[in-house]
Ligand binder design. Structure first.
Ligand SMILES: Nc1ccn([C@@H]2O[C@H](COP(=O)(O)OP(=O)(O)OP(=O)(O)O)[C@@H](O)[C@H]2O)c(=O)n1
Ligand SMILES: C[C@](O)(CO)[C@H](O)COP(=O)(O)O
Length: 229
């Protein structure tokens, strides 16, 4: 059940509006980035971590890794213009492993149980991603007017981790780069190859820290887990 994980951490946090990389913001007095890293550092099945970082932030992040005794990081490749490029830079640098997970560094509430379910399914099926069923009615809108209500029963809100056989994801990333296809998650790149991607039900707590409101929710999730500011 071993795997290596790619954590894209080279974003700009525009929607957070913090004026800095949102991963450096504190939740319960610890950087968001460290919360996420500690889940994988403490997972015995994780044999390596790859962090895509902004060059100008590399030294600060390396300092954080030392301060919080994160020992599994194998590389800190340069992030790219888009999230997909940041992930691809890690995939190109790492050596072939059986299973690779891609997980947003901005999702600090992931649990080892969900990770284990994803890795197991990826070993069985080749590709498996985290998600939760849509709770709200979803509609397509054009020019401010509803054009379609989408059947909610078939809708899932997709998260990370996304787990793949390494060679499958590497091929999908290479093909996407070659044809100039840009997706919002890794599964899209594998789907377009015609390969079935399986869903694993995760948790509504597996939030991505995106806007300021998420920080309040994040503190509440940590408090629920007995981790207080
Ligand atoms: N070029 C990019 C863009 C995003 N990310 C990472 O991908 C994850 C999910 O992206 P998102 O939540 O969109 O982060 P940002 O791009 O920083 O946010 P925004 O879109 O609000 O600027 C984050 O951990 C972010 O650091 C990355 O490594 N490289
Ligand atoms: C990969 C992802 O987290 C799945 O929901 C999401 O697409 C990332 O989007 P972002 O805009 O790059 O945060």
């Amino acid at each position: 059940m071993q795997y290596e994980v790619v954590l894209p951490a080279a974003g700009s946090g525009k929607r957070m509006g913090a004026g800095q990389n949102k991963l450096f913001l504190l939740l319960a007095n610890k950087p968001i980035l460290i919360h996420t890293l500690e889940v994988f550092e403490q997972d015995e099945n994780c044999t390596g971590i790859w962090l895509a970082v902004k060059p100008e932030e590399r030294e600060f992040i390396q300092q954080l890794l030392r301060e919080y005794q994160i020992t599994k990081v194998k590389g800190l490749p340069d992030g790219g213009e888009e999230r997909q490029h940041s992930v691809h830079s890690c995939i190109k640098e790492m050596e072939q492993v059986e299973i690779v997970l891609v997980h947003d560094a901005a999702r600090p509430f992931i649990t080892q149980n969900i990770i284990a379910s994803l890795v197991k399914r990826a070993i069985e099926q080749g590709a498996a991603i985290a998600g939760v069923k849509a709770k709200d009615t979803m509609k397509k809108v054009k020019d401010g007017i509803i054009v379609e209500t989408v059947d909610r029963e078939s809708l899932w809100m997709i998260q990370t981790p996304q787990a793949f056989r390494y060679d499958l994801l590497a091929e999908a990333e290479d093909v996407a780069e070659k044809v100039g296809f840009l997706g919002t998650d890794e599964a899209m790149l594998v789907e377009r190859l015609g390969y079935p991607v399986h869903i694993v039900e995760a948790s509504y707590d597996n939030l991505k820290m995106t806007t300021k409101e998420d920080l309040v929710l994040g503190e509440a999730i940590l408090k629920k887990r007995g981790i207080n500011s």
